[in-house]
Design a protein around this ligand. Structure first.
Ligand code: NAD
Ligand code: IPM
Ligand code: MN
Length: 350
């Protein structure tokens, strides 16, 4: 029997994960759903956001689904022990190097976007964000004190050929099953790591994927094009930092940050890490206002990618569509439903 490890985490994480639990029980009763403490909650209990025990349980499960981590409560914790560090360490330990972040506009929500309906209606973009490299992990990094008493803060943006290639392969493979078009976004005009990114993607394309349409785009222009004419994109492959930023921007095209799921995958025989792209939303935490759909749709991706329950995933996607078609809306989507009521709206259609 397959096992899903739930890591609810902080803020609205436990609220949205509770809805995932209910959906899982109704949809795939044989799935074993376990839970572990993680993030700021784990820091409070154990002095670290990710214990070795929880990391090992994650590696031993079939899929891991997290809620969210972080919040003002842990702002002064040492950086390497902050909740966000737990998330980065988990991604690294699981070696989930490709983060699939779909920005898909449900037809019923086209009017909820901050862009004009005709610009987002039918929108279906897939980001492939490189997730375990780049400036997030590059060394050296630090804050040093200079002889004159000033401080110097620095990070290192770096990529190796193989790191770029494996993310690129995921993007090209995905494109073949979609509209066959990849945009590769970097800052090759300014960054050495960006120039290498462009060269490696160009070579990979020529060697292994000449049938796929490839366009290189500078990341700043990509940001502009995403809000000007987002439907020109099919798959966008980009580095860890640009992928973080561009996918948050794309979230608004779909109506709300509370709608966007993600799947972090690596070796197909190892567990994937599924996470909504939103954070712990401290401003609404504990109030029952969070939209649980990003977490529920992350579970949908877990069913599809790690648990090989494609039929259950299809049913869940249809239930979410049905709920939105019927007018179910949490506050972020301009409605009145609570987190649990939105969960109910999905559950009653399973
Ligand atoms: P955030 O995503 O938590 O919130 C941004 C805004 O979107 C807030 O107004 C929030 O209320 C709203 N929002 C987010 N998710 C929502 C949902 N499901 N339903 C309704 N509204 C929603 O980003 P932030 O405020 O910049 O970050 C808060 C904390 O979360 C920080 O500590 C940050 O590091 C962390 N964070 C964690 C993750 C993660 O765990 N994957 C992702 C992003 C940020
Ligand atoms: C995300 C988040 C994380 C990131 C933070 C919380 C470490 O913003 O998953 O998008 O920057 O990757
Ligand atoms: Mn982010």
């Amino acid at each position: 029997m397959a096992t899903l490890l739930l890591l609810p985490g902080d803020g609205i994480g436990p609220e949205v994960c509770a809805e995932v639990r209910r959906v899982a029980a109704a949809l795939v009763p044989n799935l074993v759903v376990e839970e572990a403490i993680y993030g700021g909650a784990s820091y409070d209990a154990h002095g670290t956001p990710l214990t070795d025990e929880v990391r090992d349980r994650a590696l031993a499960s079939d899929a891991v689904l997290m809620g969210a981590v972080g919040g003002p409560k842990w702002a002064d914790a040492p950086r390497h022990l902050r909740p966000e560090a737990g998330l980065l360490n988990l991604r690294k330990a699981m070696n989930v190097y490709a983060n699939l972040r779909p920005a898909y506009c449900f037809e019923a929500l086209a009017g909820a976007s901050s862009l004009k309906t005709e610009l987002v209606s039918g929108l279906d973009i897939m980001f492939v964000r490189e997730l375990v490299g780049g400036v997030y992990f590059g060394e050296p990094r630090g804050i040093d004190v200079l002889p004159d008493g000033q401080k110097k803060g620095y990070d290192t943006a770096l990529y190796t050929t193989s790191e770029i290639e494996r993310a690129g392969r995921v993007a090209f493979e995905l494109a073949r099953g979609r509209k066959n078009k990849v945009h590769s976004a970097e800052k090759s005009n300014v960054m050495e790591s960006g120039l290498l990114w462009k060269q490696v993607i160009t070579e990979l394309h020529k060697r292994e994927y000449p049938d796929v349409e490839l366009e290189h785009i500078l990341a700043d222009n990509c940001a502009m094009q995403l809000v000007r004419a987002p439907k020109q994109f099919d798959v966008i492959v980009t580095d860890n930092l640009f992928g973080d930023i561009l996918s948050d921007a794309a979230a608004m095209l779909t109506g709300s940050l509370g709608m966007l799921p993600s799947a972090a995958i690596g070796d197909p025989n190892k567990p994937g890490l599924y996470e909504p792209i939103h954070g712990s939303a401290p401003d609404i935490a504990g109030k029952g206002l969070a939209n649980p759909l990003a977490a529920i749709l992350s579970f949908e991706m877990a069913l599809r990618w790690s648990l090989k329950e494609v039929e259950a995933a299809d049913r869940l996607l249809a239930a979410v569509k049905g709920a939105l078609d019927s007018g179910a809306r949490t506050r972020d989507l301009g409605g009145e439903l609570s987190t649990v009521q939105m969960g109910d709206a999905v559950l009653c259609r399973i």
